[in-house]
Design a protein. Structure first.
Length: 69
């Protein structure tokens, strides 16, 4: 949720951290507060809702890690 529960006009934000040498495919959605580790690969059309560790490939809507690179 990115709004204050009692006042929808107040927007809360968090940073997205993308480390070195990351490949991100087209049309990828990354939620607020997520960290994508070094050398990670995010597949096209994925929705990243949680942190992706270093040296991993993740794909899918609600991206899951499918392989360590």
């Amino acid at each position: 949720m990115n709004h204050e529960p009692h006042n929808i006009r107040v927007i809360m934000t968090k940073e997205i951290h993308i480390k070195k040498n990351v490949w991100i495919g087209a049309r990828v959605n990354i939620l607020l507060g997520v960290t994508i580790g070094e050398n990670a690969i995010i597949g096209t059309g994925s929705t990243v809702t949680h942190d992706i560790p270093d040296n991993c490939a993740a794909v899918g809507v609600l991206a899951r890690i499918i392989k360590e690179v």
